[in-house]
Design a protein around this ligand. Structure first.
Ligand code: 5GP
Ligand code: MN
Length: 339
């Protein structure tokens, strides 16, 4: 962030403000960890703070401190929109464009509140008065830590804030293994542990609380895994019927796409998940090296994200979406085989 912006932000936050913090739709560990980390920090400055999520999130994030205070726009629309229309400041975290909040897009776009964006996705929109955007960052949680530090308040990071921020750094780096994990990321994690984040307990709460049915669904996904050797690609499908069979709950498919990428020699992995409620196929793409799934998703699947992790959607059927994916692969063969 620019020194001038930091000075203005310090001034802005030096008196109590009404603040709303918003993560993207279908919030993940980084979205919930960063919004709650910032929430606890701002509360220490005597601000009146509310986190409003566009919709619900997985069970394995519901133990995070402050979880019970989060409002959900899809089920508490009037309360949420009243707040949004009457606050001084709106922080938007872990997304780069209002449409990433789904149904909240309009109310956010019309709100007169001052906007502050903290985000690590490519091509941020310019709606915010203060934009802290850095695509080289592992996670928005790492950026919230930096943000607090920029404001000279690192000493205010306590056990609670540290726990929230640890979650998002851990989940967005695939437990500290993705390319975005730097020595700075580890240095911050080290500080968070010193401040009281219980790393063993956090890993356990997020990764070792599977239901039996979730593992059965994973078994189904792995049975459906297909490989396209000439494109060094692998993909998984999950139909609505399969999801129902294993009593699908939000979050059950989180991380499943990575199994495709764990195959020796594979550099591109996809998962196609049928969502009959929304009438779409939700797509997750992952890659290794310099192959940009962000670009692939922007070009073909109405989405985006990062170089090695992106999402998107398709209005075609599940079968047609897979056919489309297979049909575009040859144009990427050269890039995929150069990785
Ligand atoms: P996931 O595949 O886990 O849903 O998302 C991977 C990354 O891509 C995340 O950083 C997520 O925020 C981003 N992403 C997921 N879906 C979309 C989408 O529809 N549009 C854009 N622009 N980014 C997405
Ligand atoms: Mn993130």
């Amino acid at each position: 962030m620019k020194t001038q912006d930091i000075t203005s932000l310090k001034q802005l936050l030096s008196s109590a403000k009404k603040i709303v913090i918003v993560p993207h739709k279908n919030p993940d560990g980084d979205a919930i960890g960063s919004t709650l980390g910032l929430y606890h920090y701002l509360k220490k400055g005597n601000h009146d703070v509310t986190v409003i999520a566009p919709n619900d999130y997985p069970h394995f994030l519901k133990w995070i401190p402050g979880n019970e205070s989060i409002l959900k726009h899809d089920t508490q629309r009037d309360t949420c929109e009243d707040l949004i229309n009457n606050v001084d400041i709106i922080f938007t975290l872990d997304f780069n464009a209002f449409h990433r909040t789904g149904q909240m897009e309009t109310v956010l776009a019309h709100s007169k509140a001052l906007k502050i964006m903290i985000d690590h996705h490519q091509a941020p929109d310019d709606y915010a008065t203060y934009t802290y955007s850095d695509v080289s960052m592992s996670s928005t949680c790492e950026m919230v830590y930096n943000f607090i530090d920029f404001l000279g308040d690192e000493h205010l990071v306590d056990n609670t804030i540290a726990t929230c921020l640890y979650v998002g750094i851990m989940t967005d780096t695939g437990s500290f293994r993705f390319r975005s994990t730097t020595s700075k990321t580890h240095a911050i994690i080290s500080k968070l542990i010193d401040k009281g984040a219980n790393n063993n307990e956090i890993h356990n709460n997020v990764y070792d609380t599977n239901s039996y049915e979730r593992l059965q669904l994973l078994g189904c996904a792995l049975t459906n895994l297909k490989v396209i050797p000439e494109s060094r690609a692998a993909y998984i499908t999950l139909s609505q019927d399969e999801l129902q069979k294993y009593n699908y709950k939000k979050g059950d498919t989180e991380g499943v796409v990575n199994y495709g990428l764990s195959l020796d020699g594979i550099v591109l992995a996809a998962i196609f998940i049928e969502d009959k409620n929304e009438g779409i196929i939700k797509i997750s793409l992952r890659s290794k090296g310099n192959f940009s799934v962000n670009e692939m998703s922007r070009a073909h699947f109405e989405g985006g994200g990062h170089t090695n992790a992106a999402g998107g959607k398709s209005d075609l059927t599940l079968t047609e979406t897979v056919e489309k994916f297979i049909s575009i692969l040859p144009s990427y063969n050269k890039a995929l085989n150069n990785e």
